[in-house]
Design a protein around this ligand. Sequence first.
Ligand code: AMP
Length: 510
Amino acid sequence: MLYNVLQYLEKTEKRLSDKTAFTDGETGLTFRELGESARAIGSVLAEEISVRKPVIVLMEKTADCIAAFLGAVYAGCFYVPLDSKMPVDRMQLIIDTLQPAALIYDEKNEKTLDKLQLNCGQFRYDQLVKGKVQADRLEKIRNQAVDTDLLYVLFTSGSTGVPKGVSICHRSMLDFTESSCEPLYLDENTRFGNQVPFYFDMSTMEIYTTLKMGSSTYIIPRKCFLFPKLMIEYLEKYEINTAFWVPYAFLQLSNAQVLDAERLRALKYIYFCGEVMPCKHMNRYRRVLQDAVYCNLYGPTEITNVCSYYMVDREYRDDESLPIGIPFPNTRIFIVKDDNTEAKPGEVGEILIGGSCLSLGYYNNKEVSARSFVQNPLHDNFRDMVYRTGDLGTFNEKGELLFFGRKDYQIKHQGYRIELGEIETAVSSIEEIKNTCCLHDEDGDYIICCYIGDITNRDILLRLKEKVPSYMLPDKFMQKEVFPQTLTGKIDRKELRKEYEAHKNQEKTK
Ligand code: AMP
């Protein structure tokens, strides 16, 4: 019976011991090396700390980092990735929430420790990994494990400014991995080109598919995302066939016009997730990489990874929106209206999700957990927990889920109910626009269109008039060179908002 993710590793380790599991192309670990390292780490940790405790991993994004994660799991604990690029205050808030039992760090992050207040054992990776494997101890720990034990906690930004630790147990990760590999064509031949940080939920698809299927994950160096030509070189050199990235990362290549069918012959699976993928950019990929499979995936961290997928099976105009598709097996997605009754197909409401994929809640935060993880509002006959996503959606006549933006991006403007996402879709379909994000200023009831691209505001308006009703036309524009990004690579709307406010105040004082 499958009840612990380490079973994936142990099975694959026997089958494909010398195959590369995780690498940046130059340094990496085979499945055997990964298993041995993780067991050594687990053995030392188990001597020092008790089971079911949080272990922070503060390391560079390398194969060793994965060994540290799995080492914590061998010790019967759960891991929490931190990144030294996170602001120190945020790291401290996370530490305070967790009260970790141990922290694993590497040489490069050693200095960061001086800035943190820690009350736990601190272990340097290169020493930990030299530990002696204690098979008996590890076996004992495993024999006591259950699949509802936590596997990891990932921190997402909370609206109050306090990060929320999404707690995921083994069962949820096993459920996701078992249900996603087949529909997404993930197998032993999969070669992921990893983009997202390990503290972002999307990376868990790469990690656990690799362990289960014996795939390989190539951790793409950061500089490739800054220099599109380097990225093409990397993808070509390592014959990456699967890119599961946020749209922003795909846009870097399509905007730089470096897509090249000859050089990207291996790239067969183009999977996007995390925010809306503008069709204009997907179409640029489709024109060049004609044989690739394109898939729009959707899901919040709270349901483990993604819960729905849409395999692009028809042509889309640049100004259309892609569906977010159908649920993965063993996942329930339904739409609830404001009065807590189920929406009929075509009716828009909040997207609710249920199933084994559901997180066990926010770590050490019962109050916020109780607001988001709730009893299914459609009945009260037995305990049936669901996650309220705060996203708006509807099912179309084909049974595909359509995404209408966040509940909080729905605005009332001149009395009309408007989804800012709809305006963004129209703006991003304009040829010269490289990226866009719309805001609403409640003070004066203005719609602000922030954009990157070589085009005048007047021309944007003229083209938009052909696409959206007049009440949806932006009142103000803000042209930008770059957009602020969140740590996970999405557009940072809160930061953009601050920039707009600062700009507005400057105008006032002129
Ligand atoms: P995160 O928890 O960081 O993965 O963010 C999840 C949120 O990102 C969802 O609740 C959506 O608002 C948004 N999101 C994720 N995938 C998509 C997608 N394919 N299209 C549009 N929005 C998405």
